[in-house]
Design a protein around this ligand. Structure first.
Ligand code: B3K
Ligand code: ZN
Length: 882
């Protein structure tokens, strides 16, 4: 907790560690109240380091030191100093064995960082800097060591004892306690350390690697969840096979363990050989989890598994390089999911996320490059920019190199850097060497904050049959982030003829046969012009196909062009994007002119999309989903909160009035005929059916309410049940209350399902949503101490219910301020995440701005603040430029 300004850490200050640690032996006497940790570290001076003051500085927080010795000699107090975040040993030899013993208190650990209690389990979370809450250490990723871990605990309370690596024996200690030893032969940074102890149910399976090694796979869950593990285990095996086939990467230990815990700050953690997961990303049964939950599990299981090579075997030199592992691993999991399901649907979902989370971040006070240059609290940098934009940077490199060359480049990366802690330059250098290309200019993407804008103009010369496209790129500089000059941007484009077919893309200078279909243009200058020759008529351009670069494109399409692309573009992503642009444009017009009519052409285009029985239902559902209120707000200089809500609800109403019969038919045609299936086709059918139900419920029509109630009552799968419940809650009245009651009675014993009950109420469109959310804070099942519960009520209200959160009286902001101040002493990471709902405060009208600002100032005035919240509040207010 900080009273004064906490220090800022800079990338330019990076120095290699003065000491290295070759071996780590840990012994834990586990107990929820008091755990003792003995550490034995084989240390030596780093020959590559510049010599400091001769002292050894070890990181440590909230540790009670009981014993410290060097080479077996206990140190007298004159030879060391304990500070609040360090243990400093004076004048240590060049090579020595350090022994420490500390006491820690898992039960009092509400920050969920280090060793903590979740239910009756004990578990750890060390990334980024949690290991220093377990023992004194050089807690930085470029110190890699081999670990042996011994766990001692009560046999009754903690029958299962897990740590990283391979099992290396167990013992009954005869006094009611037992012991388990684990050895991890692969050097790793401390952030990948993990242990778990508790009464866990084990689900076992096996995997034979491509080279014939046998790996034991085990999933550990609390006993009542034993029947919700199949999907996670299947996902793991698919991910293991995929990484062998696509990247030639095999698993390396004898066991792969995943533990599901109920209290977890984020999604999951890739600890070597022992992943710890938020239960939300493991447990699923069709009656408890939605299709999106199932897909989320598949993606996160794969993501953590892929980290074994991209993150664990090869790790980050320092935390500024976080995107080295996260950007690449997100790219890998996105591609895995695309291969497992529908590629276009996956790309649409990923771009939706990027635009909804990363673009606003990049345009606001918390903007930072994919490789940040400074931070106060590293936990604040696990962001959409580092993860999602980082993945886009890898995707662009794949596009520039082509898949075969990219594979050669990753082979080189894995061979060259195995066992090392490296930088983003090291990664890009492998791309350069494998391809022979110069990516110096491309590297700017990693240092440039802000979303580039690409303005496109065109010209048609009918006499010569030449179509000219001119691209102008610009990235707006901001206070802390200058513009670094033009970026190297791959722009995939197509040109459509009057019948909607792709034309050959012949540029005057071409010597080889040009591609017909898609051509990737590589922009390198502020402005670039391409002349396409040999055309008979003016084509319609399809720009940035597949979203080939994380930029905003400005091109003056006519509505007719957009409808044409919606119907004909061979690029599935751009068909969807054309529909989004069309709807966005109409919605923004309706915000400005509430009385404006909905053009007949728009309704006709929606009708075609809805009734196009040839098209994949999943894609149809995506096309028919209107841009979110938050997304529309991002397009306005001053967000008109109520105007946007009114326009969007009004347009849905108008679409329903015109297409009611078509929606009814779509609903009927896409009901599940047989038992629940988790195929892309079945998921797509349910998506379209529930989208249709959403439109049908738009005017509170009694027949629709009956249909919705019937779906809620009959539903055997959670996808259908929760979709119906959400719509009933939005409609309000007795049917909603009855359904909420039924749902609660049925599911109050299942925390993950109960989270959904909180979430649908927090997302409600009803004017009394905040009152309800406030009342739910007092509900017996609510607690601030469980991150999932907190996210489902407070997080959903503040982030996914813009019209109620941004109510003009500022009550939503006060509510948020209260929660942040209440939460900060307990769990700074969660408090700081929550506070980010105010990041875009400058985009609102003066009244709302003043009210948001007042909350930010009130928070900053608090006597004691965590670094996490201090950093976000101060940067958001912009008072202290960092
Ligand atoms: N590497 C972890 C995230 C750790 C967050 C620490 N605040 C999960 C992941 O990205 O796979
Ligand atoms: Zn990750």
């Amino acid at each position: 907790m900080y009273r004064n300004t906490p220090p800022t850490i800079h990338l330019k200050d990076y120095r290699p560690p003065e000491f290295l640690i070759d071996r780590v032996e840990l012994r834990f006497e586990l107990d929820a109240e008091v755990t003792r940790v003995e550490a034995l570290l084989q240390m030596r001076r780093n020959p590559a380091a510049t010599r400091g003051d001769g002292d050894l500085h070890l990181d440590g927080e909230q540790l009670e030191l009981e014993h410290v010795a060097i080479d077996g000699r206990p140190l007298p107090p004159a030879e060391y100093r304990v500070e609040s975040e360090a243990l400093i040993l004076h004048h240590v030899p060049d090579r020595f064995r350090l022994e420490t013993r500390v006491r820690i208190h898992p039960m009092l650990n509400t920050a969920l960082e280090g060793l903590y209690q979740s239910g009756t389990l004990l578990c750890t979370q060390c990334e980024a800097q949690g290991f220093r809450r377990i023992t004194y250490f050089l807690d930085r990723p470029d110190v890699m060591a081999c670990y042996t871990t011994t766990l001692v605990a009560d046999k009754g309370r903690y029958p299962v004892l897990l740590a990283n690596g391979n099992p290396a024996g167990t013992e009954d200690l005869g006094d009611g306690r037992h012991l388990a030893r684990w050895e991890d032969p692969f050097p790793k940074p401390s952030y990948l350390f993990a242990l778990v102890a508790g009464d866990l149910h084990e689900v076992a399976d096996r995997f034979t690697t491509a080279s014939g090694r046998d790996v034991a796979l085990r999933l550990y869950v609390e006993p009542e969840n034993h029947d919700k593990c199949d999907h996670a285990m299947r996902s793991l095996k698919k991910a293991m096979r995929w990484d062998e086939e696509r990247y030639g990467r095999e698993y390396d230990l004898d066991v792969y363990l995943i533990v599901a815990v109920g209290h977890f700050n984020m999604g999951a953690m890739e600890n070597k050989g022992l992943n710890v997961f938020n239960a939300k990303y493991v447990l699923a049964r069709p009656d408890t989890a939605t299709d999106q939950d199932f897909l989320g599990i598949e993606g996160v299981i794969a993501h953590e598994y892929f980290h074994n090579w991209t993150g664990n075997r090869i790790t980050c030199r320092d935390w500024f390089q976080l995107s080295l592992k996260e950007g690449f691993t997100v790219y890998r999991d996105q591609e895995f999911s695309a291969d497992m399901g529908s590629r276009d649907v996956k790309r649409i979902a990923d771009v939706r996320t990027l635009r909804a989370r990363q673009f606003p971040e990049d345009a606001g006070p918390l903007a930072h490059p994919v490789r940040p240059e400074s931070y106060i609290e590293i936990n604040n940098f696990y962001t959409a920019t580092v993860y999602e934009k980082g993945a886009e940077l890898v995707r662009m490199q794949v596009l520039l190199l082509g898949p075969e060359v990219f594979r050669r480049a990753t082979d080189l990366y894995f061979t060259r850097h195995d066992g090392a802690a490296v930088t983003i330059e090291d990664f890009v250098r492998c791309m350069e060497e494998a391809s022979g290309r110069d990516l110096t200019q491309f590297m700017r993407w990693y240092s440039q904050a802000g979303t580039p804008e690409l303005t496109v103009t065109d010209d048609w010369d009918a006499a010569d049959g030449v179509y000219t496209l001119t691209f102008r790129q610009q990235t707006a500089p901001s206070a802390n982030h200058p513009s670094l000059g033009p970026l190297h941007i791959p722009v995939a484009i197509g040109l459509l003829d009057g019948a909607g077919r792709d034309l050959p893309l012949r540029i005057a200078e071409d010597t080889a046969e040009p591609p017909s279909g898609t051509r990737v243009l590589e922009l390198r200058r502020e402005e670039a012009t391409y002349r396409f020759v040999g055309l008979r008529a003016r084509p319609v351009p399809s720009l940035l196909r597949g979203f080939s670069a994380p930029v905003r494109v400005r091109y003056d399409y006519s509505d007719d062009d957009l409808m044409f692309l919606m119907a004909h573009d061979s690029d599935g992503f751009n068909r969807w994007d054309a529909a989004q642009t069309l709807a966005q444009r109409l919605l923004l017009r309706l915000v400005a002119e509430p009385e404006a009519a909905v053009p007949e052409g728009f309704v006709a285009a929606f009708r075609r999309a809805l009734t196009d029985h040839e098209a994949d239902p999943a894609l149809r559902a995506e096309v028919l989903k209107l841009p979110s209120e938050a997304h529309l707000g991002e397009q306005m200089a001053i967000v008109d909160v109520d105007g946007i809500h009114r326009a969007r609800e009004g347009l849905k109403q108008a679409i329903l009035a015109a297409l009611r019969d078509e929606f009814r038919a779509a609903y009927e045609d896409h009901r599940d005929a047989g038992p629940y299936e988790l195929t892309p086709a079945a998921i797509g059918r349910r998506a379209l059916k529930n989208l249709a139900l959403g439109y049908l419920m738009q005017d509170g029509d009694a027949e629709a309410v009956d249909l919705c109630t019937a779906q809620f009552e009959a539903g055997t799968n959670m996808t259908d049940v929760i979709a119906a419940l959400g719509l009933l809650v939005d409609a309000g009245g007795a049917p909603a209350e009855r359904a909420l009651d039924t749902f609660y009675r049925r599911w109050s014993g299942d925390p993950l399902v109960l989270d959904k009950w909180f979430a649908v109420q927090a997302a409600s469109k009803r004017p009394d949503a905040l009152a309800r959310v406030e009342a739910l804070l007092g509900h017996e099942a609510f607690t601030l101490r469980n991150p999932n519960r907190l996210r489902s009520l407070v997080g959903v209200f503040c982030n996914l219910n813009p019209v109620r959160f941004h109510a003009a009286d500022g009550a939503g902001y006060r509510f948020l301020g209260d929660r942040v101040l209440e939460l900060d002493p307990l769990n700074p990471q969660m408090a700081s995440r929550l506070l980010q709902a105010l990041a875009r405060w400058r985009c609102y009208d003066p009244d709302r701005q003043a009210r948001m600002r007042a909350q930010l100032e009130r928070i900053l005035d608090a006597v004691e603040l965590s670094k996490d919240v201090y950093e976000v509040a101060s940067k958001t207010l912009g008072e202290k430029a960092i």
